[in-house]
Ligand binder design. Structure first.
Ligand SMILES: [Zn+2]
Length: 78
């Protein structure tokens, strides 16, 4: 996967870091996104929501947000 690629902030052109964030109480959302270390601009990559349904089973919803914005415009191969 794209470990060798550098994602550049669309706002200020600085290097962005990859962030994994977990939030939620009843359902739990795991967000994967790029964040600019200079201006704080975020580019969402993937969002997973885990929830327990009424019959006790576990559901996982995956949302690939704005993937066209991330690829291929802002990835520069070294
Ligand atoms: Zn920036």
């Amino acid at each position: 996967m794209p470990r060798d690629n550098v994602v550049v902030c669309p706002r200020c052109g600085s290097k962005m870091v990859y962030v994994i964030e977990i939030e939620g109480s009843n359902s739990r959302t795991i967000r994967y996104y790029y964040r600019c270390i200079v201006c704080g601009y975020k580019v969402e990559d993937l969002s997973l929501t885990v929830r327990r349904s009424s019959n006790g089973s576990v559901e996982i919803e995956a949302l690939e947000a704005k993937k066209r914005l991330v690829y291929p415009l802002n990835i520069v191969k070294r």
